[in-house]
Write a protein that binds this ligand. Structure first.
Ligand code: AMP
Length: 429
């Protein structure tokens, strides 16, 4: 099946061809006919599957086909809500790319920046608006946005939206939408709260599910390193140094943790930047764009900041901390191995995280291959309970008191380095 067979119009086909898309991804193959048929859709799918094109192409096509019905100033006829600024910007860029030859206008609004440029764009008139919930409601209340002409509504990453506490904002937006509309609802997971929310948004809908396994197991080469919490930064430095020019996205569970990793890498003369909620919008965009351009090889991100981020040519994803929600693992490793590429995902697992690992392996229905030989292999007894940080003298004192000997490698002796090349995992195994 190709895009033409899906009934996509020429101006969009031309743009897709320019992007080098030859065939629709599974979600596009399933969703596009439903949406062109003007049915509501419940999509259980994560980013990395080609989801954005799956929902933006039919919206562009509907708007293009009804262009003649709309004379005068453009009115917002399609609203796409998504939880993070990065994701909003990315969707906006995708619409520009796919809609290049349609004459449809779109813009994006999000918080954390001055509103002037955004309200100027709105004043000039747009057909499609991509928004994060807070700024959307803010500009509605200031009278810059009216939702009364919305014909196509998309709620993207609904589970993340609830996790981030946007439920009340979403309900307020829904209350302002016209009753007659086509609604699309996407979520990577479908817990009961999401099903309930979807019932408030969707009318007579069709459901499609793109299983996470489809997106991960088939395309991403995964590997696991058992390593103590204390040795994680050393292992990270080791892997980065061994893969000098690779672009590496490192996931940290916390904002504080990601800043700490940046500092530790800095001490080893490795340039890295962190993106998370405490960073200003400008700092996040700057870090992301230098990473995308290849000026910066290492980016440390929290899950929320990195959600949906699309980076071409991302070589390696490293899970510095294993996530406690197994679906998050799938999201993270989906950053590499995007629709058109294959990737490598390396995960660090300490003693405490073994329970998370079990859940992840259950979800992806596979055992992640373990790299048995690396310089910082976890000693099972090493870290229960995790000891408070001690300097060399304190450690010596403790050993003197308890009559124990320092563990191998404990006293700053540099461990032997063994080359690990993720693309040659089997050879180094
Ligand atoms: P998404 O899930 O929308 O974030 O898309 C993931 C990545 O797949 C993006 O880099 C898209 O540019 C790319 N992509 C989407 N559809 C296709 C396709 N049919 N063929 C090749 N790449 C695609």
């Amino acid at each position: 099946m190709d895009f033409k067979e899906l009934g996509i119009i020429e101006p969009i086909l031309k743009a897709l061809k320019q992007q080098g898309y030859t065939h629709p991804t599974p979600i596009q193959e399933q969703a596009i006919p439903i949406l062109l048929n003007r049915k509501d859709l419940l999509g259980c799918a994560q980013t990395g599957t080609g989801k954005t094109a799956a929902f933006t192409i039919p919206i562009l096509q509907h708007l293009y086909n009804s262009k003649e019905d709309y004379k005068g100033k453009r009115k917002i006829r399609s609203l796409i809500i998504t939880p993070t600024r990065e994701l909003a910007i990315q969707i906006d860029e995708s619409i520009k790319t796919y809609g290049k030859y349609t004459g449809i206008k779109n813009t994006v609004i999000f918080g954390g920046v001055k509103q002037g440029a955004q309200t100027d764009a709105l004043r000039r008139g747009v057909d499609i608006l991509v928004a994060t919930p807070g700024r959307l409601l803010d500009l509605i209340s200031q009278g810059y946005i009216s939702l009364q002409d919305i014909k196509y509504f998309v709620l993207d990453e609904a589970d993340q939206m609830l996790d981030m506490g946007f439920i009340h904002d979403i309900k307020k937006v829904i209350a302002k939408l016209p009753f007659k509309r086509q609604s699309l609802f996407f979520s990577a997971t479908m817990p009961p709260s999401i099903v309930e929310l979807s019932s408030k948004i969707l009318g007579n809908y069709e459901k499609i599910t793109i299983k996470p396994e489809q997106a991960t197991a088939e395309k991403v080469e995964q590997a696991l390193f058992f390593v103590s919490k204390a040795n994680k930064s050393k292992l990270l430095i080791h892997l980065i140094e061994e893969n000098e020019n690779a672009s590496v996205l490192v996931f940290s569970r916390t904002k504080h943790g990601s800043d700490k990793i940046v500092r530790q890498l800095g001490k080893a003369s490795i340039k890295a930047a962190a993106i998370h909620g405490n960073k200003s919008q400008n700092a996040r965009q700057k870090a992301l764009s230098s990473f995308k351009k290849g000026e910066l090889n290492v980016l440390i991100a929290t899950d929320i900041a990195a959600r949906g981020i699309d980076i071409d040519d991302l070589s390696v994803v490293i899970n510095y901390d294993l996530p406690n929600i197994p679906e998050t693992y799938v999201h993270r490793i989906g950053r590499t191995g995007r629709a058109k590429a294959s990737g490598v995902a390396l995960s660090f697992c300490n003693q405490e995280e073994k329970a998370y690992l079990k859940d992840i392996q259950k979800l992806i229905k596979q055992q992640i291959p373990v790299i048995e030989e690396h310089p910082y292999v976890l000693d099972e007894n090493e870290e229960i309970p995790v000891p408070p940080k001690q300097n060399k003298n304190q450690r010596k004192k403790q050993h003197r008191r308890s009559g124990t000997k320092p563990k191998e490698g404990e006293n700053s002796k540099k461990p032997q380095r063994r080359k690990f090349n993720p693309r040659n995992k089997n050879k180094s195994n």
